[in-house]
Design a protein around this ligand. Sequence first.
Ligand code: TYD
Length: 208
Amino acid sequence: MSEVKRGKFIVFEGLDGSGKGTQIRMLEKKLTDRGRSVTLTAEPTDTALGGMIRDALAGNHMRTPSELAALFLADRVQHNADPKKGIISLLSAGKDVICDRYYFSSFAYQGIDTDLDWVMEMNLDSPDILKPDICIFLDVDPDVCMQRIDSSRAFTEIYEKASTLKRIRSRFFEVFERLKDIENIKIIDAARSPEEIASDIERIIFSL
Ligand code: TYD
């Protein structure tokens, strides 16, 4: 019997309001059109742990930045290891996995308020957290992101302030610089039309 070829693990990152959802759906269609089997997933997940995190992000339950970093870590370990829906088992079954946010978000978001080295080490050194094949970062001006958030939602989460998003964007770039030799990170100018952005992403993914 021939062995199943492992799927590709593709991560999308970007500020809130950077258009990840649109690009993820466009890429999913392009991959499925080419006969690939794709699973979309996201962090925080829809598990009990993810629910605790969302409560904190909504401001309903105060958590320290370190508590949040640890909750995201636990959520990510479970997200990898779940025997049915986990990233590792999906990839082994030959599916491509597109994940909306991953450990780069922990570095950039929790990394602005707690010790960045600690957050990076516990994620990157975890034996249960898989390294993605690629991270696509959709780069949009934080002020534009904030306008999109304000016009599309009635409430905002704890990080959704222009000044905070600016600090998070700087952290993303600092982290990408630190990881440039060990991670496959592509920064995309996402201030263009969805079609232009999608065609750049398609080129990158199909040359993986
Ligand atoms: P969410 O409302 O799910 O949507 P979106 O990804 O489209 O913005 O937001 C998730 C929030 O969680 C977002 O503000 C970033 C934050 N986050 C972290 O702070 N750390 C993490 O490790 C992850 C995965 C997300």
